[in-house]
Design a protein around this ligand. Structure first.
Ligand code: B12
Ligand code: SF4
Ligand code: SF4
Length: 310
């Protein structure tokens, strides 16, 4: 068997052994169209106060800048759709934050991934990323045939919907790319646009980050949520799942079996009073391994106050 086919098999097998649900491969190349979309998004200020999005433009659109000699981009999806969801009366937490912090869980897996590949192939240049690096993860997932970008901006897989984390491995190993062509199955549906509480979903698959509840409740640091958003948060305390919950393709979502994403008890137990009475010390203990720590204790208190005053 030719070396690149043998290595491609190894990549796909390793992904499955390490518990990734889908694995796709794309040829590493400059992301022309995505660069234009990103540029226009930034120019319109849709990143709000997420200043990190303005940095490293060239790294985001050119894999060669992150890994010199890059030949292949491997995209890995990992399901986080839970078996049960919160009771309707509780302050809402986005499903991705029910369990342990995915950054840490996936980072460990990516490290193991690279180690397994190196043990078999020999040394090569390769770097794994999940969420926090200047990489257009959705664009690579689309390019490697794992799904299409929905009108709600999310990567949607026809078999399983959109409740997936995306991880990216860029390498100078030559691999067989997957078929890029994946049809867009949104059709004439507009459910996500109609349901978005803050009208953050614009035509042309553009999501105005600066209007998204996820931005206000997680990314907006040390600032108050603007009054004009009052009455629009529909009890979301951390993140927002509305545009995914209404998406017909998420009827095909099946519960994950990942122990690390098992919900922590507080998510299903804390009502408004419990959140209100929560002290900083307890917050730090209960959420020490949770993605919720990103917004810090002060962020959670601000969000709580905001939804209570709405
Ligand atoms: C900044 C950010 C946010 C911001 C801004 C959102 C946004 N629209 O960009 C905020 C805080 C609002 C946010 C919210 C959420 N996020 Co977020 N976020 C990111 C981050 C760090 C960067 C995204 C980015 O580069 N945005 C800039 C815009 C311009 O790029 P983009 O949305 O990725 O779209 C690109 C492509 O999709 C492409 N594209 C779109 N349509 C088309 C059509 C064609 C024809 C072509 C060629 C290209 C194309 O163009 C864009 C530029 O390349 C990524 C991680 C990463 N490094 O990629 C996670 C990420 C996108 N987020 C993720 C998640 C899970 C969420 C939430 C669901 C969390 C939640 N429940 O609260 C929400 C969903 C909101 C939404 N509807 O988009 C996941 C997405 C998983 C998936 N299945 O798609 C990611 C990949 C994190 C991860 N590693 O798993 N997020
Ligand atoms: S996550 Fe919520 S606020 Fe953000 S685009 Fe989707 S529905 Fe709108
Ligand atoms: S709700 Fe409809 S329009 Fe929105 S992403 Fe899903 S299929 Fe596409």
């Amino acid at each position: 068997m030719k070396a690149h086919l043998k290595n491609t098999d190894l990549v796909k097998q390793t992904a499955s052994i390490l518990g990734f649900d889908f694995c796709g491969i794309a040829k590493a190349e400059y992301l022309n169209e995505d660069a234009r979309r990103l540029e226009s998004w930034l120019q319109k200020g849709m990143h709000g106060s997420m200043h990190y999005m303005q940095n490293h433009f060239e790294l985001r659109v050119d894999p060669e800048k992150l890994v010199p000699g890059a030949k292949s981009v491997i995209t890995l999806l990992i399901n986080y759709f839970p078996e049960t969801t919160q009771a309707d009366t509780l302050p809402k937490i986005s499903k991705y934050a029910y369990g342990q912090d995915y950054h840490e869980v996936i980072r460990k897996k990516l490290h193991e991934f690279l180690q397994i590949l190196k043990n078999n192939i020999g040394d090569f240049n390769g770097r794994g990323f999940v969420d926090s690096a200047p990489v257009l993860e959705r664009a690579w997932a689309k390019k490697s045939g794992l799904g299409w970008i929905g009108k709600n901006g999310n990567l949607i897989n026809k078999k399983s919907g959109s409740f997936f984390f995306i991880a990216t491995l860029i390498t100078d190993v030559d691999l067989q790319a997957d078929d890029v062509y994946v049809k867009d199955f949104c059709g004439s549906c507009t459910k996500c646009i109609d349901a978005c509480p803050t009208e953050a979903i614009l035509p042309g698959k553009v999501v105005d980050g600066s209007k998204c509840i996820s931005y206000f409740t997680i990314e907006l640091k040390d600032a108050l949520i603007p009054d004009k958003m009052k009455g629009k948060f529909d009890n979301w305390l951390f993140g927002c799942d509305v545009c995914q919950d209404v998406c017909p393709w998420n009827r095909f979502a099946s519960p994950h079996k990942n122990e690390s994403f098992k919900p922590i008890e507080a998510i299903f137990e804390f009502n408004k009073n419990d959140w209100e009475e929560l002290t900083e010390e307890k917050f730090k203990i209960i959420f020490s391994k949770s993605p919720i720590k990103r917004t810090k204790f002060s962020g959670i208190k601000r969000n709580l106050q905001f939804i209570q005053s709405s």
